[in-house]
Structure formats: C-alpha cells, structure tokens
Design a binder for this molecule. Structure first.
Ligand code: AMP
Ligand code: GLY
Length: 424
C-alpha cells in the first residue's frame, strides 16, 4: 500500500524507518520530511497543515493511509477533514479527531476531561483577561512554586513555574492581558505544583481498546544536570528503569483505562497515540498533560523497540482490531542522544555541513532537522540529528551512542553528555 506520513522531525524519520521495513508498505511519502527520510522514502514539499494540497496529493497518488506525526494538523482537524470529504473518507488517518486533539490543543479542555472522568490530576482553575484579578486572588491561596499554563499550543513554551507570588501575578497579567503567548494565553490554567519524578506513558488506541507502548523518559533541558532552558528534548531512554509493574498497574487502571473509556463516554473519536505526561508523587501517578501524538525524541527509542510490524499495527488501529493485535517488544534498552545546533533553543545558525555520517557503526542516526544541499547533508533546525543505540542495559546503549556521536561533526554542534545520569 501507499502511505503518506506528515512531519519532518526525528519522530517522523523513526516512523519512516520502521514503516519501510514492513512488507505492507509499497511506497512511503513523507511531507515535508528531511534528508534522513529522503534516503528511505519520497519527500513531498507540502505543509502538514495544507489540507487541500494533501487531499489533491492523496487522490493523485492513490494513498491508502495517512499517518500524522506532529500535533498541529491534528488540532486543526485533519481527521475530520478526511472524514467529512466523500473522496477521502475511506482513507484512514492515524490520529485523533479535532475534538480529541483538544486534549493537547487546550489545557482547559484537558483539565475538564480529567476531572469529569476522575483521573488524578493537579488541582486547578482557569482564568481569562476579564477574570485576571480572580486569578491573582487564586494564586494567593496556593503555596509556591506557582504553575501557570497557557491554554493553547505554545510550541512547548507555554508553562511557567515561578517561585515568587508577585512575579507570578505579573506573569499572569502578561499572559492574559499582554498576550505573552499570543492567542494561546488568552486563557490560563493555574495549577497546584506537584513535587515528584516526571514520566511519560505512551498509548495507542483505536477508540475501543488500547496498547501501552514501551515506557520512555526524555531530557528536556538544554544543560547537563537538567539545567537551563527547556528544549524539545535532548535525549531519551527506554525502558525507564524505575517504572515497575506496581506503578504501571496504577497508571493503567487509574489513568489509561479511564482515559479511553472517557473517549467513548464523551463521543470522542480517537484512533491514534495518546502521550500522557505524569508526575509520580510518592508513588501516586498524577497527570500533568496529554499530548495527542508521540513524543520526540521518545519515538526514537520506543519505535526501535517495537518488534511488531508498525504498518500492521496502524492498520489494526484503523480497523478497530487493536484488541487482537499482539504487540511484541524488544527486551533490550534503547537510548537516543540529540545533537543540536549551538545556541539552540535560542538563536542558532542553519546550513552547516554535517560530516561523519558514513562512519556510524552499530547505532541508528535519525535526522531531526536536516536537508540536502548540493549533495551535502546540512543542518536545518535546532535539533539536527539523534543517535539511537541498543544495549543490554541503558548504560551500554548510551556508551554506543556517544562513541558514534564522536564521529559526527558540524560547526557549533552541541549535545548533552549526561543523558541517563539520573537513572544510575
Ligand atoms: P507541560 O507542557 O504541561 O508538560 O509542562 C511543561 C513542564 O512543566 C512539565 O514537563 C513539568 O516539568 C512542568 N509541570 C507542568 N505541570 C506541573 C505541575 N502541576 N507541577 C509541577 N511541574 C509541572
Ligand atoms: N519530548 C517531549 C515532547 O515530544 O513533547
């Protein structure tokens, strides 16, 4: 079959790498893709949110399935666009409906869903410009630090954690009244601070049943020791050694099951990934966010650990046959280390020629932000490449990734040297 994958990052390269190993995948297009995906599939210069262009392309190329990587097209309603179009409605889209995507598109929607279905989450209230003074009064009732979340999509920057009450009030006003994050912060959720260890749970659902995917942990901060600014993610490890069967059981019964049942009760069509962000407070998992896609770079360690055929898995989601799918997982550890442009997540330069890719041994390089230019592979984003390795344990896998990163080079290349430091 012919498949169209939307997106251009490391997550999409990892999906493409796995899907092209399937005998069911005769032709894979990636829109827009990167230099990595162009080596194994056909890139198409098309925006993942240009639904009319996607429609024309899907019909022209006789595409049989669309897999959506990033959240943007989902929040903008690509699932519904296909469902409501006579010429497209027979083509499955792997991803939730527009309503389901609100779990990531609106923090307030997510909080209301969590409360309604009795899923553990931090206490909260939400405010607008009209109720900003009530918001300041609410802050006074809380203990520091204060957690302020822009309601809408803010490219991962919309959450502020502030120690000082007066500063929290100022930032609340900046968000609501002075549009600090544009329209995304026209509403703000103020939340109780949870003190614990963060972890993520990845679920794939067909709307009726679900599969829990291997656990993974990412490293969000730019600096070693988890310091400095937040990034998209600087590395990841799967499985997460401290997630044991007891904790997983709690996550499944208290969080995953009620989430999928909540979709059914609320009439939310959902055939795709649910990425549940949790904080483990004294061994009690509490939800801090939903994402409606896979994590990046978590995908670059989760997908390599899937032994099952990914196209077959997606088809069982599309056909609502996930309950009979046997998910096979590689018992080895996988780790990935992200190589980024110097300056990221602030200003950085692009177009740097990358050398050494041909010398990689026993690791997989997924491209995150690259493109082909005059027969060279050049950097084309903040996150550039990520090096994934397997090992009997995560230490062994990490060692392999670092050995291979030493063979790579481009001007102002940077990576964290301590991925996995907290798991020892
Ligand atoms: P989010 O975009 O919701 O994942 O939030 C970004 C980061 O803020 C998370 O990865 C957590 O580190 C932190 N965070 C979010 N909500 C809370 C909370 N209620 N308590 C403590 N930390 C939080
Ligand atoms: N790595 C975190 C995310 O994809 O949101």
């Amino acid at each position: 079959m012919t498949i169209l994958l939307l997106g251009s990052g490391g997550r999409e390269h990892a999906f493409a790498w796995k899907m092209t190993q399937s005998p069911l995948c005769e032709k894979l297009f990636v829109a827009p893709g990167n230099a990595g995906t162009s080596a194994i599939a056909t890139n198409v210069a098309m925006s993942p949110t240009d639904f009319d262009a996607i429609k024309a392309f899907v019909i022209q190329e006789n595409v049989k399935m669309v897999v959506v990587g990033p959240e943007d097209p989902l929040v903008k309603g690509i699932y519904d666009y296909f469902k409501n179009d006579e010429s497209l409605q027979h083509i499955p889209v792997i991803g939730p409906s527009k309503l389901g995507a609100q779990l990531e598109g609106s923090k307030e929607f997510a909080k209301e869903f969590l409360m309604k279905h009795n899923i553990p989450t931090a206490a909260y209230d939400s405010f607008t410009a009209e109720t900003v003074e009530n918001g300041c009064a609410f802050l006074e009732t809380l203990q520091p630090p204060y957690v302020l979340k822009a309601d809408g999509l803010a490219a991962g920057k919309g959450v502020l954690i502030i120690q000082d009450l007066e500063e929290a009030k100022t930032e609340l006003r900046n968000m609501l009244v002075h549009e600090k994050f544009g329209a995304a912060s026209s509403k703000v959720v103020i939340e109780e601070f949870l003190d614990g260890i963060e972890l993520s749970c990845f679920v794939l659902t067909d709307g009726k049943s679900y599969k829990i995917l291997p656990t993974a942990k990412d490293y969000k901060r730019i600096g070693e020791g988890d310091t400095g600014l937040n990034t998209g993610g600087m590395g990841a490890v799967s499985p997460v050694p401290y997630v044991d069967a007891v904790l997983m059981e709690k996550i499944e019964t208290r969080i995953v099951k009620p989430t999928i049942e909540g979709f059914q009760k609320d009439g939310i069509e959902y055939k795709g990934f649910v990425f549940i962000g949790l904080i483990n407070v004294k061994n009690e998992p509490i939800v801090i966010e939903y994402n409606v896609r896979m994590g990046d770079p978590e995908t670059e360690v989760v997908v390599p650990r899937l032994e099952s055929d990914l196209v077959e898995l997606f088809l069982s989601v599309a056909n609502q046959k996930l309950d009979t799918f046997e998910l096979k997982v590689d018992p080895r550890s996988a780790t990935t280390i992200m190589v980024v442009s110097g300056g990221y997540p602030e200003e950085f330069e692009k177009g740097k020629v990358i050398t050494g890719l041909e010398n990689i041994e026993d690791s997989i390089v997924f491209h995150a932000g690259t493109k082909l230019e005059n027969d060279s592979i050049v950097s084309n984003g903040g996150r550039v490449l990520t090096v994934t390795s397997y090992g009997d344990d995560f230490q062994q896998a990490i060692k392999k990734s670092y050995q291979n990163i030493d063979k790579l080079s481009f001007d102002k290349m940077y990576f964290r040297k301590d991925i996995g430091f907290d798991l020892l």
